[in-house]
Design a protein around this ligand. Structure first.
Ligand code: NAD
Length: 240
C-alpha cells in the first residue's frame, strides 16, 4: 500500500484523469474525497472514495471544505488538481467570456484551492500536491490561447508553491499529459487527435491510468525528495 492511511482530495474526479487518479490513490490505501462539478458520482471501481459535487471556482466551497477538515481534525496529506476545461480559439478569436471561463476554472480555481488547503498541510506537518498542467503548459502550438495561458500559469504556480512551502515539508509537482483518452480529448475532432498522435513518438493516445500512475508516485512518500518538477506523461511529445 503506497499511500496507506493518507487523506487525499482530488478535483475533476468525474473526468478521465481525475477519476483514474482517485482510484489509484484509493487502491493504494488512501481515503479520497473526490470533487467534481458533475452532480452524479461516476462508477468508481475501488472502495474508499467519497464523491462530492463541488465547483473549484467557488471560494466559499474551498473555505467550507478546509473548515470542515479543520473542525474534524483531519490531516490533509495529498491534493490532486485535475479539474480543467479547454477552449480552442486563437487570440484574435477569443472572447472575454471564453477567456474568463477557462482562466477561472484552470488558474483561479487552483489559486483558491492552494489558499484554502495549504494551511491544512502546514498545520499537519507537510503534504504532497500534484497539479495536472499539460504539454501545452510547457510547449506551444497554434491556437488554444486561453488554455495555454492557464496551463502555463498552472506550471509556474506549482513551482512557486514548491519554493514557498518547501520549508513546511509540502512538495508540489506538476504533471504534463500529452493526448490522453478522456471525455475532454474525445470531444475534440478526429483530425485534431490524429495530428497530435502523429507528433507523439510512441504513436498512440495515452490512457488516464498512465497519468494516474505518475500522480500516485508523486503523491506517495516514494517521491519524498522530489519537489518543483514538471513530469511529462506524453508518449515522448516534449522530448523531441
Ligand atoms: N485529456 C487530455 O488529452 C489532456 C491533456 C493534457 C492535460 N489535460 C488536463 O487534465 C485534466 C483532466 O482532464 P481530462 O482529460 O480528464 O478531462 P475530463 O473532461 O474528462 O475531466 C475534467 C473534469 O473537470 C471537471 N470540471 C470542469 N469544471 C469544473 C469546475 N468548475 N469544478 C469542478 N470540476 C470541474 C469536469 O466536470 C470533468 O469531469 C485537465 O486539467 C486537463 O486540462 C488533459
Amino acid at each position: 500500500m503506497r499511500v496507506n492511511g493518507k487523506l487525499a482530495i482530488v478535483t475533476g474526479a468525474f473526468g478521465g484523469i481525475g477519476k483514474a487518479s482517485a482510484e489509484a490513490l484509493a487502491r493504494e490505501g488512501a481515503t479520497v474525497i473526490a470533487l467534481d462539478i458533475k452532480q452524479e458520482a461516476p462508477d468508481f471501481v475501488v472502495e474508499g472514495i467519497e464523491y462530492r459535487q463541488f465547483d473549484v471556482r467557488s471560494d466559499e466551497a474551498w473555505k467550507a471544505l478546509a473548515q470542515e477538515l479543520t473542525v474534524n481534525r483531519r490531516r490533509l496529506d495529498v491534493f490532486v488538481a485535475a479539474a480543467g476545461i479547454t477552449a480552442y480559439e486563437s487570440f484574435h478569436e477569443v472572447t472575454d467570456s471564453i477567456w474568463d471561463n477557462v482562466v477561472e476554472v484552470n488558474q483561479t480555481g487552483l489559486m483558491r484551492a492552494f489558499r484554502a488547503l495549504i494551511p491544512l498541510m502546514q498545520a499537519g506537518g507537510g503534504g504532497s500536491i500534484v497539479t495536472i498542467s499539460s504539454i501545452f503548459g510547457l510547449g506551444a502550438v497554434a491556437g488554444i490561447s486561453a488554455y495555454h495561458a492557464s496551463k502555463g500559469a498552472v506550471t509556474l504556480m506549482s513551482r512557486n508553491a514548491a519554493m514557498t512551502y518547501a520549508k513546511d515539508n509540502i512538495r508540489v509537482n506538476s504533471i504534463h499529459p500529452g493526448l490522453i483518452d478522456t471525455p475532454m480529448a474525445r470531444a475534440r475532432d478526429g483530425d485534431g487527435q490524429s495530428h497530435t498522435i502523429s507528433l507523439t513518438p510512441l504513436g498512440r493516445i495515452g490512457l488516464p491510468e498512465e497519468v494516474a500512475n505518475g500522480v500516485l508516485f508523486l503523491a506517495s512518500d516514494e517521491a519524498s525528495y522530489i519537489t518543483g518538477v514538471q513530469l511529462p506523461i506524453d508518449g515522448g511529445y516534449l522530448g523531441q
